[in-house]
Write a protein that binds this ligand. Sequence first.
Ligand SMILES: C[S@@+](CC[C@H](N)C(=O)[O-])C[C@H]1O[C@@H](n2cnc3c(N)ncnc32)[C@H](O)[C@@H]1O
Length: 279
Amino acid sequence: MTGPRQGGVEPARDYDQMVDWGKRLGREEPFFRGLFAEAGVRRVVDVGCGSGQHAIMFAGWGLEVAGVDPSGPMLAQARDNARAASVGEPGLRFVEGGFGEVEALLGGGWDAIVTLGNGLPHVDGPAGLAATLADFAAALRPGGVVVLHLLNHRRLLDGRIRMLPAVLRETEEGDRVFLKVLDYVEDGIMFDFVTLTRDAEVGPGADNAFTYDDPAATGWHLRSRRSVHTALPVDLLEDALDGAGFTGVRALGDHTGRALDVGADESVIVVARRAGEER
Ligand SMILES: C[S@@+](CC[C@H](N)C(=O)[O-])C[C@H]1O[C@@H](n2cnc3c(N)ncnc32)[C@H](O)[C@@H]1O
């Protein structure tokens, strides 16, 4: 019996393949440009920066940017992406670290801190969220802006939604299907990220039945990664931001800046300002 083979691609590359970055950044760019102009942002930290695509975009606008992530492979991918985009130090740097460590790693006085693409639920429970936001407040200047972009957990929790829309990408490794299957556990949402890959070179055969333990028959491979996320419904985020000294908290439903429809929107963007005298 043959066991399932490895799909052959690293999670960090999986991530860049799964996300249509051209489309996503095109949609998000006007939002960040407007917000950063309004808040006088020149220096920004992206925590949970992943493969660095936002950090690279911000640096391309001439901002000073630090991308922070605990994952070595993600940081390596971010540095590769930055090289490919011809952006780098001193305007852009990538630093190994995570939630709760921003001020210790990068000091204070930052104009904006963003955490995007559902990175925030990696905090360790509500106490971890409080510590994360306190650290953001310490690293921001008064009037500095925070942007939290994540799945709309209130909709997931209330609807007990079991699966996010599947994504299909045509890649050099063949067709890839990205699935996210959700389970609800105490205080959290467990995500199984399942990646199926179909080797491009495997053609039609006499017997195309799928056999789990003999992927050579059809060329399909399966890889699954599991992680438990802290449940962060928007009401909890709003309270936690208030408790950490943020004001002007706004919950948006997408990057056009319209108000959140909590029962319908897939994602939420929460924007707030650090209280205190502006410079
Ligand atoms: C889904 S990716 C989001 C990447 C990117 N920000 C985006 O918008 O697409 C989540 C990222 O959070 C990072 N992460 C995991 N645990 C973290 C922690 N404790 N602190 C900060 N980032 C963390 C992961 O390494 C990963 O790069």
